[in-house]
Design a binder for this molecule. Structure first.
Ligand code: ATP
Length: 140
């Protein structure tokens, strides 16, 4: 059976997750409060929805509870990211992955029950530094 995902926040990070999931044949509901961003993903995602996910009624009406995995990729607005995550867990979503902006944000996300907290910029920076060092060692 196809897995069903929701991606909230269609910036560079959320947008790239959404595209990759769709390329892999997954069902993806893409959500953003910005109409232009949602339009960009209308032909990529299974459903593309304009919505503010800090509104609990919106989340319930979209039937978010029935999806296998929700990715919260809201960036700068840490309050919206926390509130969205809190409500997703209250509604009973089993698997919630959230992008953290910093360590304080990550700590709060852990406390409110986020299942996976990711730090894409920090982790990519580390990976690149490791690559650079190991390439230098090999080049020596
Ligand atoms: P990236 O680095 O991935 O591009 P970013 O860290 O710059 O992202 P933002 O652009 O601040 O992050 O947020 C990502 C997306 O989340 C934006 O398209 C924004 O419209 C959306 N977003 C922010 N708040 C909400 C909300 N309450 N409901 C739905 N979407 C939201």
């Amino acid at each position: 059976m196809k897995k069903e995902f929701v991606v909230i926040g269609l910036g560079r990070f959320g947008g790239s997750i959404c595209k990759e999931l769709a390329d892999q044949g997954m069902e993806v509901m893409a959500i953003d409060q910005d109409e232009d961003r949602v339009n960009e993903f209308a032909s990529i995602a299974t459903h593309a929805v304009i919505a503010d996910t800090t509104d609990e009624t919106v989340l319930k009406n979209l039937g978010i509870r029935n999806f296998d995995h929700v990715i919260v990729a809201i960036g700068a607005d840490i309050q919206a990211s926390i509130l969205t995550t809190l409500m997703l867990k209250e509604i009973g979503v089993k698997n919630v992955t959230v992008k953290a902006q910093n360590d304080y944000h990550a700590k709060v996300l852990d406390k409110i029950g986020a299942d996976h907290v990711v730090h894409p910029e920090r982790d990519m920076g580390r990976r690149i530094a490791h690559h650079i060092v190991s390439n230098n060692v090999l080049d020596y």
